[in-house]
Design a protein around this ligand. Structure first.
Ligand code: NAD
Length: 334
C-alpha cells in the first residue's frame, strides 16, 4: 500500500491485518508515524517516495493499493507541478513498476471529484469534468494506468466518494468530519455556500473494504474497470447533510456559512460496484458523524492537531522546504 500511513491507509492497514494479509506500507510519512505506531511491528514500513523508491522493494508483493497523493483540491493547488509529479507521474510509475515486477493486481485510489460540476446522475461512463489540478492528475493517471491491464496484470480505478469517519491520521478538512468539528468547537455547523451542491459520501472503513473486494474478486470482474465507490443513499445536498450531522450528535441545529459558492456538485450512481462486486457500505452518515463526535468528546481525537487540515500542513512543509533552500542546507521535504 502506498500512502499507508494516511487517513484511509491507516484504517485500511488494520482491516488487512485483521484479515490475515501481510501488509507493506510505502509512505513519505508527511503526517508522521502516530497513525501506525501501534501496528508498526505488524507491518513492513518503508519510508520512501513513490517518485523515486527503489523498485526492488516490490519483490514478493502480490497486489498494490496506490493511495499516496497530495490528497485534496486545495493541497493540489499549492504547487501544481509537485501535484502532477506525485498524483499523476508517481502513480503511473508505481503501476508500470508493478507490472514489470509481476504484481498481479493494481488498484488506483481515485476520486469522484473528477466529475466536477454536472447535472443529472453520473456513472462511470459519464464525461469527466476535472476542475482542479488534483482532479486532473487523477484523470491523467487513469488514462495511462488502465491500458496496462492485460491477462497477467489486473488494473482497477476506484473513484471514491468523499470519505468520512474516525481515522488514526484524522482529517477535519473533509466535509462531514469538518462539520462535526465545528459543532464540537462552537455549537455551529460550518456550511459551504450555497448548500445546494450534491456530494456523495462514504465511510472510511467502507471505502477500505471496497479495495479489499477488488483484491479478492476474480480478475475478470475488475480488470481494466473503473468503479465509483459509495452508495446511492449517501448522495446528499450539503445543507441537508448539516441537518443530519446535527441530529446524529443530538444537538440543536445551528450553522454558519463560509466560502464562495462551491463550483463542484455531482450526484453519482453506485450501481456498478453494487451489482458487480456486491459492495454495500455498512456505515451510515449518522453513525460515522456520531463516532467522530464521541471521539472528540472522549479525547481520542485532538481538535487542534495542525496535521488534520491537510492544506495547512503541506503549506507548513513547503515553508520548511523554502527555509532549507534559503539556508543552503541540502534536503527534500516535499
Ligand atoms: N479522503 C477522501 O475523501 C478521498 C476521497 C477520494 C479519493 N481520495 C484519495 O485516496 C487516497 C488517500 O487519501 P487520504 O484521505 O488517506 O489522504 P492522506 O493525505 O491522509 O494520505 C496520503 C498519504 O500519502 C503519503 N504521501 C503523499 N505523497 C507521497 C509520496 N510522494 N510518496 C509516498 N507517500 C506519499 C502521505 O504521507 C500520506 O500518508 C489519495 O489518493 C486521495 O486522493 C481520498
Amino acid at each position: 500500500m502506498t500512502g499507508g500511513a494516511g487517513y484511509i491507509g491507516s484504517v485500511m492497514s488494520r482491516i488487512l491485518l485483521e484479515k490475515g494479509y501481510n501488509v507493506t506500507c510505502l509512505d513519505r510519512l508527511f503526517f508522521g508515524t502516530d497513525s501506525i505506531k501501534d501496528i508498526a511491528d505488524r507491518i513492513n514500513l518503508v519510508r520512501d517516495d513513490v517518485r523515486w523508491f527503489k523498485p526492488e522493494i516490490l519483490k514478493g508483493i502480490d497486489a498494490i493499493f496506490d493511495l499516496a497523493a497530495l490528497s485534496n483540491d486545495p493541497s493540489g493547488e499549492l504547487d501544481p507541478q509537485k501535484t502532477l509529479e506525485i498524483n499523476y507521474k508517481g502513480r503511473v510509475r508505481v503501476a508500470n513498476l508493478a507490472k514489470k515486477y509481476g504484481i498481479k493486481k493494481y488498484v488506483l485510489a481515485s476520486t469522484c471529484s473528477v466529475y466536477g460540476f454536472q447535472e443529472g446522475i453520473i456513472t462511470e461512463e459519464s464525461e469527466l469534468n476535472p476542475l482542479t489540478t488534483y482532479a486532473k492528475a487523477n484523470m491523467m493517471a487513469k488514462k495511462e494506468v488502465l491500458p496496462l491491464a492485460d491477462k497477467s496484470f489486473s488494473a482497477t480505478v476506484l473513484r471514491q466518494a468523499t470519505v468520512y469517519g474516525f481515522s488514526y491520521r484524522m482529517r477535519f478538512d473533509l466535509a462531514i468530519n469538518g462539520m462535526v468539528l465545528g459543532f464540537y468547537r462552537n455549537g455551529k455547523i460550518p456550511i459551504m455556500r450555497d448548500g445546494k451542491q450534491w456530494r456523495p459520501f462514504i465511510n472510511v472503513k467502507d471505502t477500505s473494504n471496497a479495495f479489499v473486494k477488488v483484491l479478492e474478486a476474480e480478475p475478470e470482474l475488475v480488470n481494466g474497470q473503473v468503479f465509483n465507490v459509495g452508495s446511492d443513499e449517501q448522495n446528499v445536498q450539503i445543507f441537508d447533510l448539516a441537518k443530519l450531522v446535527a441530529e446524529s450528535c443530538n444537538l440543536p441545529f445551528n450553522y454558519e456559512w463560509y466560502g464562495d459558492p462551491d463550483t463542484r456538485s455531482y450526484r453519482v450512481s453506485f450501481s456498478k460496484i453494487k451489482d458487480t462486486l456486491n459492495f454495500k457500505p455498512q456505515t451510515t452518515i449518522r453513525k460515522g458523524a456520531k463516532n467522530v463526535f464521541d471521539a472528540l468528546k472522549e479525547g481520542r481525537l485532538n481538535p487542534d492537531d495542525p496535521r488534520t487540515i491537510t492544506v495547512k500542513w503541506y503549506k507548513h512543509l513547503l515553508g520548511m522546504q523554502q527555509f532549507l533552500k534559503d539556508t543552503e542546507i541540502n534536503g527534500v521535504i516535499l
